[in-house]
Design a protein around this ligand. Sequence first.
Ligand code: URA
Length: 439
Amino acid sequence: MQHIAHTAVEVIRAKRDGHRLSEEQISWVLGGYTRGEVAEEQMSALAMAVLLRGLDERETADWTRAMVDSGEVVDLTGLERPTVDKHSTGGVGDKITLALTPLVAACGAAVPQLSGRGLGHTGGTLDKLESLPGWRARLSAAELRRNLDEVGAVVCAASERIAPADRKLYALRDVTGTVESIPLIASSIMSKKKAEGTGSLVLDVKCGSGAFMKERGEAALLADTLISIGTATGLRTSALLTSMSTPLGENVGNALEVAEAVRVLRGQGPPDVTELTIALAREMIDHCGLTGVDPEEVLSSGRAHSRWKDIVRAQGGDPDAELPEAAHVRTVPAPATGRLAVLDAYAVGVAASRLGAGRTRKEDEVQHGAGVRCLVKPGERVESGQPLLELHTDTPESFEHALAALEGAHEITDGPVEPDPVVLERRPGARHDDARNGS
Ligand code: URA
């Protein structure tokens, strides 16, 4: 490629005035930003120009590639099994990774699940797994490869060397009002997935009060942008649009969610969590070309549960240990008799976080036993005074703050209630060959 000298001001002005950025400009500006040669104030101006003017499909793919190129790409070539990963855009009670990873590994794929920690009202997979005594989120590159070979899955923290441009830019977007840009969100997610070396990807794009995208149209646009980046960068990608208007399953909070995921693996999980786990597993094994494997059968055979134990042990954890429990529990009774029409995911997520399950700053510690149990799901009948929610915490002074978050979060009605389906829609990606041919 011919190298042309750029200045950050020229790139900012071009986007500010609504022009398309060239591949050269994008790779120059993101490379320079990673090395500290493009200043934070210049990058924040550019991020705002992108938020206001957008990036088209080609620019978004170039932006993603430049963020991948800013760091290391994990080399997963040479594994015996096909690799496939799942990414969720984040929700409340979303413990799907915990049950899905062993299920897909037990179906014959290798699952490199590089995960994050919770921030705000959504939980993080690593915080959940750290409820298991001894379990380690940090693995060396050699351990990651060995575990993928031996047990078919890892769930671990991404190395700092993965997409460092995204790490810097995400922190900057957070404090400059530039998070809510679909091309920036999509390139941020996909750059990490590309750099993590997976061969294919299934996205769980959540939609509703507890999700990043509150509206169905926005969620569909995000899903399509993610898929188009996957296609442009040779990563077979498809997406399910799923409901996040109410918490997924019954339990919200770290150890509470691990306990529920184990129930799913034993065939005794809440129907919504089990249904979504199987739907995502089907997508993943389809991407891998593992024909003739039925994830529902693998789940009911107990093979996924036994694989869970192997995966936990391979990262130093004890799958049979007692899970931490909070010292204090308070029940919230139903205020009336009828059917539960609404149980708002965002409010429950905030309440769980205030009880100690989440963090408001990166440096905060989480309480492993804290959280909320949703004892009644939308559509079910309740009697006035019957327990509706259970609040768990080690810090009883947080009950009032959590209860304040739950004000107006539930509605009981006399009429019929039609809860949202779990899977709202499937957005298929291009076939693998199409992805490679760029068609
Ligand atoms: N998750 C990411 O990884 N990046 C974003 O920009 C938003 C959510």
